[in-house]
Design a protein around this ligand. Structure first.
Ligand SMILES: [Fe+2]
Ligand SMILES: [Fe+2]
Length: 277
């Protein structure tokens, strides 16, 4: 039974029955601006204010407890001044991606919401880890890679929704559902990233983030893997893993992270809950 469901999902994908999601063009342009040596704050402001719903989302997030300031931020320009371009760039990516994790089917929508929390949590954790591990130059990339690493799960969820609509007699248990997502997401995510013409390194992280053998020199991949595990440990994941010992992982070993550093990461992640309300 389990395999036949996975087979059906793969068949629907191969037949091209589900339209590929597009990557938010504004978010992509913001990302391109931010990886420049000297990003231009006016371009950033124009990009954000050019999208009305994005602007209001950005302001709401900038005023959340996670980014807590003393006074309310009223304009995008003020937000850029207060929080800085890189921070605003991260908020834009979070806001824009949040819109893709919504659908009409309430059951699927619930899973998508959880998946968005996981993706955002991984992005923020990866960013934090890059800075803590003295790879500050990787921090923007770490954020982006963390946000996208499970993009295949979003795509598989969209396919499941399609299968569900077409075949109402299909019994779909939670276990079956999660198994299909787990089994297919790295391969399908990799294909999606390539269709989006994303830089190779991000594509490979999407493909390899669960591989048992890991290249201990690929710091960006290691950071995303550790961020992913930290989210699983804290229950910010589709399949939580509360007993996970982060300090004992290969990744924490490579970066020389002690229990106390990892505890600090967990506190930071717990704070992100204010972004999801
Ligand atoms: Fe994953
Ligand atoms: Fe993940």
């Amino acid at each position: 039974m389990g395999t036949s469901f996975v087979d059906e999902i793969e068949r629907v994908i191969a037949a091209g029955e589900v339209t590929l999601p597009v990557f938010n063009p504004t978010a992509l342009r913001v990302q391109q601006e931010l990886v420049k040596k000297e990003p231009d704050s006016r371009i950033l402001e124009q990009l954000i204010t050019g999208d009305q719903s994005l602007s209001s989302q950005v302001l709401r997030m900038a005023n959340s407890a996670f980014y807590r300031g003393l006074t309310n931020i009223m304009t995008v320009k003020a937000a850029i001044v207060r929080l800085g371009m890189r921070e605003i760039g991260r908020i834009v990516l979070l806001s824009a991606s949040q819109n893709q994790f919504r659908t009409t089917d309430p059951e699927i929508n619930k899973v998508m919401k959880k998946l968005w929390q996981h993706s955002a949590g991984c992005a923020l954790a990866a960013n934090w880890l890059a800075k803590r591990c003295k790879f500050a130059d990787l921090s923007t990339q770490a954020f982006f890679a963390g946000l996208l690493h499970d993009v295949g799960k979003l795509f598989v969820l969209m396919v499941i929704e399609r299968v569900k609509k077409k075949n109402t007699t299909l019994t779909m248990t939670d276990a079956l559902f999660l198994e299909a997502i787990d089994t297919l997401h790295t391969k399908q995510g990799f294909a999606l990233m390539q269709q989006w013409h994303m830089p190779e390194h991000y594509c490979l992280i999407v493909r390899d983030h669960h591989e048992p053998d890991v290249d201990t020199k690929d710091y960006l991949l290691l950071i995303v893997r550790l961020a992913d595990m930290a989210c699983q440990k804290l229950g910010i994941a589709l399949t939580p893993h509360p007993t996970l010992n982060l300090a004992a992982t290969i990744e924490a070993g490579v970066f020389n992270l002690a229990e106390i550093d990892l505890a600090e990461l967990e506190v930071t992640l717990e704070d992100t809950a204010s972004l999801f309300t």
